[in-house]
Design a protein around this ligand. Structure first.
Ligand code: SF4
Length: 467
């Protein structure tokens, strides 16, 4: 009886004790320059995670491509994927606690057989991750249906799926449009991608969360506003932009990627979003790496979740973090309700702050009438700026020697960002996680050479022709 009560007490804690320990450890490691009141790393989240070396090959070509050129010579092997994903996720659960977002990423996920893809997602869920499959989106509804449904029973094996579809004009080889001149030519493909998931929900009740990823170079930066205006209502809940970096396959570096600043990209995103994006309200790691703006459309108006200039919103954020910490609000209704009640009983003043925030959000949205007329549609805008391999390599080498300073200011900045990294990849064999930048710039090439020997591609895979 006592054991059951203890288990219940643990289960209904707002923040799982393993996550509490992981967050405290992450906060301790963070450099001082990112430890502001608006920092989410180490307080709300341990950060995002991604798989590596689990299915390196892709059947499209991107310029740039962040994967080492050897990746194309590794065959996609379902058994290898299952074993490696399970090992990486088990490690992440051990060191980062439950409830963290993890990307099933590598080459192209839809080259996996549906059952292997499903097994990888199941392993991620079983280890307390929130999986998101990263894809170019060039697959058909039967593949999605086969992934979502149990082949034995024909019933859903997942109640919910998360996918990020990567669509941009720097990709070559998509069926129906091998070469893209302008982003607008891809709109029918973006729309069809969303429609597949809408159909899945309609026919089988499987809900989804869809993100849209886009690499930004001098060729398409000015097309960002049009893409956002055209695609905002397709069904994507997140639009994520990655200014191109010189990393991965050098044969795919086509442009002067430093011809514009990340500020210029963010300005185009704001223009397309149709409203100011409050990326200083909450930070995830270092702002030079990540900018995130949370908000919702009420009619045509984009309403920020938090106003970055409002001291009342800042106090509400502090109260929220103190009360709920890293609590997972998507862990089932009953558990979420029990944890919420418990958190609020321990911090009753938070209720008044919640009411105050609700009133401010409603005012920003145009008042209760506007909210009643137009149900808010949450959309998140993200910019993630990977770093160039030429600075990551010396920075990572210095960090491996235990150094946190460097005489070269660019390398110094890179060290600061790597130490604040919010996107980790697991290395159970070494008992550590590494930043994705270090993975792609330093570790991927060697890893893929080993995989080429282990899983040689059956066919002779040529580099896809690009512009
Ligand atoms: S260090 Fe690299 S992988 Fe980590 S958050 Fe910054 S840009 Fe992203």
């Amino acid at each position: 009886m006592l054991d059951r009560l203890r288990a219940l007490e643990r289960l209904t804690r707002p923040e799982h004790p393993d996550l509490t320990a992981a967050l405290a450890a992450r906060w301790e490691e963070l450099p001082a320059h990112v430890k502001g009141a608006n920092q989410m790393l180490g307080r709300r989240t341990a950060g995002c995670e991604g798989t590596h070396g689990v299915f390196p090959k892709c059947n499209l070509a991107c310029t740039p491509c962040y994967h080492a050129k050897e990746a194309q010579r590794v065959r996609t092997d379902g058994e290898h994927t299952r074993v490696e994903v399970t090992a990486q996720m088990a490690f992440l659960r051990g060191v980062r606690g439950p409830g963290q977002n993890a990307q099933l990423i590598g080459g192209e996920v839809s080259l996996l057989e549906p059952d292997d893809h499903a097994a990888a997602l199941r392993a991620m869920l079983d280890h307390g991750r929130k999986p998101m499959s990263m894809t170019h989106g060039d697959f058909d509804y039967p593949y999605l249906e086969a992934l979502a449904l149990d082949p034995e029973t024909g019933r859903p094996r997942f109640s919910h799926l998360s996918f990020a579809g990567h669509f941009d004009s720097m990709m070559f080889g998509r069926r129906g449009i091998k070469k893209v001149e302008r982003e607008e030519q891809l709109h029918p493909y973006r729309k069809a991608f969303c429609e597949m998931f809408a159909r899945l929900e309609e026919e089988h009740g499987v809900t989804s969360y869809l993100a849209h990823n886009m690499t930004i170079t001098p060729r398409n930066i000015d097309q960002i506003p049009e893409v956002l205006r055209a695609c905002r209502d397709y069904g994507f809940r997140m639009f994520s932009f990655q200014p191109a970096a010189f990393v991965g396959n050098e044969a795919r570096w086509k442009d002067s990627y430093r011809a514009f600043s990340t500020d210029a990209v963010w300005a185009r995103i704001e223009e397309g979003a149709g409203g100011e994006l409050h990326d200083d309200a909450m930070l995830i790691g270092d702002k030079r790496c990540n900018r995130t703006a949370y908000g919702a459309y009420v009619g045509q108006r984009y309403v920020p979740l938090l106003d970055q200039r409002s001291s009342a919103d800042a106090r509400w954020l502090e109260a929220f973090l103190t009360t709920f910490g890293g609590m997972d609000f998507a862990d089932g209704r009953a558990l979420t309700a029990a944890r919420t009640v418990r958190a609020l009983v321990e911090n009753p003043a938070t209720l008044a702050r919640l009411a105050g925030w609700g009133a401010r959000f409603a005012a920003r949205a145009g008042g209760p009438v506007a909210l009643a007329r137009d149900r808010p549609r949450a959309i998140t805008y993200v910019m993630h700026s990977f770093m160039d391999a030429k600075t990551v390599r010396p920075a990572w080498a210095a960090m491996e020697r235990g150094e946190t300073t460097h005489e070269d200011p660019d390398v110094q900045a890179t060290i600061e960002r790597l130490r604040s990294c919010s996107y980790a990849m697991a290395h159970p064999e070494d008992g550590r996680t590494v930043p994705a930048c270090a993975q792609h710039s330093v570790l991927d090439p060697l890893e893929n050479v080993a995989l080429m020997a282990l899983l040689p591609a059956h066919e002779n895979v040529a580099e896809p022709a690009t512009a």
